[in-house]
Ligand binder design. Structure first.
Ligand code: NAD
Length: 495
């Protein structure tokens, strides 16, 4: 933690066409505020190490003020006609679209991801706001054929209340809108804690929500050290639900903290995706898909292909093409729009080194890369390991970086068992042209999402989420909005 520093800032900030989108404050009850203590946190560009700016390090008292603001705003917001909430969400969506370039620039600066990917994430973030502006208008009352003589039976969905939204650094805009747009559409108000690595994407979204006319208190963004901000939210009975995206480790902690007040939970946690390629697959397509599934977001993606299993007859051919494609990937500062940018922090780079060293010690072969890049302290070379043994750490844990681990398999039974041998169950990828095998594997894979012969699975209309320790609940789609509602069953008799 540091006091506000007068130090040179990243020159890239001058490229913002609207500098007012760059907010170095938290946003509570419609006001931009500093910490009561005056303390702040510095944010740096992971690619260059340049200082970008600071955000306030808010503590318990400001965190409680955010709950008060959201609680005070709740009655008016939830009583509005759904089409009024829809219209405001639509205006927020338009503001995001108009400011796409600036939002992408801010994201690349603080997160490091290549500019094209940042633009893609802004589009993805906007998509949720548009989708839920429409979903807000759908009926929230369902009639049921009555089982009671003379009774009339209905199921109402009412907004949950104040909800806490906690988001990670790898998708600093989309993880906010995926939650906030659904919550607002349902009639909830929210307190948001963005990752301290990427707060400026969050404060820019709050600025645009304000410009769209979303009333004070409906959205609050509280920056700072996570435990200081979030723990009070987990304990407060006015906060009725918590939606968290991040690591399984922190998800477990928040689950425990929310237990005493029995909060509604949505947990979108880690992944450890298997990527299975059968000998009958379209080989070039499978290689291209595996490259995308492994190296998007520089490998820092909960959907990243962490274990690539290839049927033995095509193992050598796949490995050769995959290595050639990996060697072609460009690595640079995100603003240069390479294929791969820097990693988020030093711990992430150290993890790549550990996973590579451990796999090699256990018998894997280094097929390319394998070390830090000389571009800067947070860059790591795109790396491919071959013949990765099942007990290597990279086959047990999320790598969260640009290291791909290949191994061969001999039977369907063997590969499905290996794919399911994980505490995670977010997404599984499958490449084969055999329809019966697709059916069998899809049923047998213990994953919340199964992608067959394709990589992209995301989008606002689909229920995103995982099984096992990848989480609880779903985001996106109708289900993502229902997570922010409470069911009230009503039976009426007119005697
Ligand atoms: P993280 O768990 O360290 O942090 C996520 C959020 O939790 C951040 O806002 C952070 O400030 C907050 N946090 C951290 N410690 C906390 C504490 N003690 N109390 C309260 N809040 C706390 O995760 P990360 O490193 O930011 O993100 C990477 C992880 O997120 C990976 O495991 C990845 O798989 C997962 N992820 C999952 C999804 C999904 O939809 N399933 C999407 C993106 C990322």
């Amino acid at each position: 933690m540091s006091m506000t520093l007068e130090r040179p800032r990243s020159a890239a900030l001058e490229k913002l066409s609207d500098p007012k989108l760059f907010k170095e404050f938290s946003y509570i009850n419609g006001e931009w505020c500093a910490a009561d203590t005056g303390e702040s946190l510095a944010v740096t560009d992971p690619g260059s190490g340049d200082f970008i700016g600071t955000v306030p390090a808010l503590g318990t008292s400001e965190s409680n003020r955010a709950i008060e603001a959201a609680d005070a705003a709740f009655t008016e917001w939830s009583d509005r006609l759904p089409q009024d909430r829809a219209a405001l969400l639509r205006r927020w969506f338009e503001q995001i679209c108009i400011n796409r370039e600036d939002l992408a620039l801010l994201m690349t600066l603080e997160q490091g991801k290549p500019l094209s990917e940042a633009r893609g994430e802004i589009d993805y973030a906007a998509e949720f706001v548009e989708f839920y502006s429409e979903e807000a208008k759908r009926p929230n009352i369902e009639g049921i054929t009555s089982h009671l003589p003379d009774g009339e039976v209905e199921v109402w969905r009412e907004p949950l209340g104040v909800v806490a939204l906690v988001t990670p650094w790898n998708f600093p805009s989309a993880m906010i809108t995926r939650k906030a747009a659904a919550a607002l559409a349902a009639g909830c108000t929210c307190v948001i804690h963005p990752s301290k690595e990427t707060p400026f994407s969050a404060t820019a979204l709050a600025e645009l929500a304000e410009r769209a006319g979303i009333p004070a208190g409906v959205i609050n963004v509280v920056t700072g050290e996570p435990a200081a901000v979030v723990e009070p939210w987990t304990q407060d009975t006015r906060v009725r639900g918590l939606s968290f995206t991040g690591s399984t480790q922190v998800g477990r902690l928040l689950y425990t903290q929310c237990a005493p007040t029995i909060k509604r939970l949505v947990l979108e946690l880690g992944g450890h995706a298997p990527f299975i390629v059968y000998a009958d697959a379209d080989l070039d397509h499978a290689v291209n898909s595996a490259i995308a599934a492994k190296f998007a977001t520089s490998g820092q993606d909960c959907l990243a292909a962490n274990r690539i299993f290839i049927e033995r007859p095509i193992y050598e051919a796949f490995a050769e093409r995959f290595v050639a494609a990996t060697r072609r990937l460009t690595v640079d500062h995100g603003l240069e729009d390479p294929d791969i940018g820097p990693l988020m922090n030093a711990a992430a780079v150290a993890k790549q080194e550990d996973h590579v060293r451990d796999a090699l010690e256990k018998g894997a072969k280094l097929l390319c890369g394998g070390a830090r890049s000389d571009l800067g302290p947070l860059f790591f070379q795109p790396t491919v390991l071959g013949d990765t043994p099942a007990h290597a750490r990279i086959y047990q844990e999320e790598t969260f970086g640009p290291v791909a681990a290949l191994s061969a398999f001999d039977s369907e039974e063997d590969v499905i068992a290996r794919a399911n041998d994980s505490e995670y169950g977010l997404v599984a990828y499958l490449h084969t042209l055999n329809a019966r095998r697709i059916y069998r594997a899809t049923r047998q894979l213990d994953y919340g999402m199964v992608a067959v012969n394709r990589t992209k699975v995301t989008g606002a209309p689909i229920p995103f989420g995982g099984m096992k320790q990848s989480g609880i609940g779903r985001e996106g789609a109708r289900q993502g909005m229902e997570a922010f509602t409470e069911i009230k069953y009503v039976c009426r008799d007119y005697r």
